[in-house]
Design a protein. Structure first.
Length: 337
């Protein structure tokens, strides 16, 4: 029933997100048009071809990309929290965000303002490569000092690598002040300009990485008793942690490369799921996937309409919604425990 409820909420959120926008048909006509396009149904929705192009080519890719980004960030956050036994970590713990930000900054500086001179926008590809490379460096540094076995050194290595990449990014920006605005717009996160090619690019990473994480749900439950105890129960600590970190990192890097840095999704949603459905990962991981997708699709709607025709970056909206709620969760946790 939990999964059915989560799936229904996600479908409703997708329909709602596809129905709302500053241009196009009235919101109530969009579900009718979608039903009209199903087999064996004929409904006169009153939507013109031009209005349907707005829905299908502009709104729907944006909504589905938001679902992929939110779902991946949430399940990756749940995976990180489980494998490191720390409820305060998020998908950016080991440097994926800082690496992606550095890669995007370098790509924007090299590209300059001549986007039309490039056959393909290089920013997502470079951001993805830098995000993966940063986490790889973090893992190699941490594991060389025992982080693959305990996890604590990995976190400390992540702090050091994040500080270094942030310093390099600041240095690059100081020498290229003309691109600061564009870089910060990317850092704040955005789903505007999403296309079906972005959806097709992210979907395989999200599907594969989510399946890997869900298949390791029992291992994450065993990690809760501690590394030494998990090892005595037959879990290969180093290999399992590596697989989970790699899956969460690849998925995070893929979605961040096209959406920018969107905070609080991977931190807040898993907590809400545990609060509602319990702490067993056979529920937490799938429900985090669906809950994160639902949350980000709905969070994107205010950004589209609050400053129409301009847009509020979705990272601002998620922080505005997520930060107070996370403070509430911390307070509730402190009172109860």
């Amino acid at each position: 029933m939990w999964f059915v409820g989560g799936g229904l909420l996600l479908v409703v959120a997708i329909l709602f997100g596809a129905s709302i926008g500053p241009a196009g048909p009235a919101w109530w006509r969009v579900p009718l048009e979608l039903m009209d396009r199903l087999p064996l149904l004929a409904i006169d929705s009153g939507v013109t071809d031009a209005e349907w192009n707005i829905v299908w080519r502009i709104r729907m890719p944006r909504v589905l990309l938001g679902a992929l980004v939110g779902g991946m960030l949430s399940i990756a956050g749940a995976g990180y929290q489980g494998v490191f036994r720390n409820p305060l970590v998020d998908p950016y713990l080991l440097g994926a965000a800082s690496g992606a930000g550095l890669g995007a900054t370098i790509a924007i500086v090299v590209r300059g303002g001549a986007l039309n001179d490039w056959p393909v926008n290089p920013v997502p590809a470079v951001a993805f490569v830098f995000a993966v490379a940063t986490v790889l460096v973090t893992y190699v540094v941490g594991a060389s000092f025992g982080g693959g076995r305990t996890g604590t050194t990995l976190v400390l290595a992540g702090v050091a690598v994040v500080s270094f990449t942030s310093a390099v990014q600041t240095f690059v920006l100081r020498r290229n002040l003309d691109v600061i605005r564009e870089v910060f717009e990317w850092i704040l996160g955005s789903l505007s300009g999403a296309t079906w090619s972005d959806v097709r690019l992210c979907a395989p990473y999200v599907v594969v990485c989510s399946i890997v994480l869900i298949l390791h749900r029992r291992h994450l439950d065993v990690f809760r008793v501690g590394d030494d105890e998990a090892a005595t129960l037959g879990v290969s600590i180093r290999r399992t942690r590596l697989v989970i970190v790699v899956a969460a990192t690849l998925g995070t890097a893929a979605v961040v490369s096209v959406s920018g840095l969107i905070g609080f999704v991977g931190l807040v949603v898993p907590h809400v799921v545990r609060l509602i459905a319990g702490s067993r990962n056979r529920r937490v991981l799938p429900l985090s996937l669906m809950g994160g997708a639902t949350f980000l699709v709905l969070a994107d709607v205010p950004g589209r309409i609050l400053e129409s025709p301009a847009e509020t970056p979705i990272g601002v909206v998620t922080a505005f919604l997520g930060a107070p709620f996370f403070i509430y969760l911390i307070r509730r946790r402190g009172i109860s425990g």
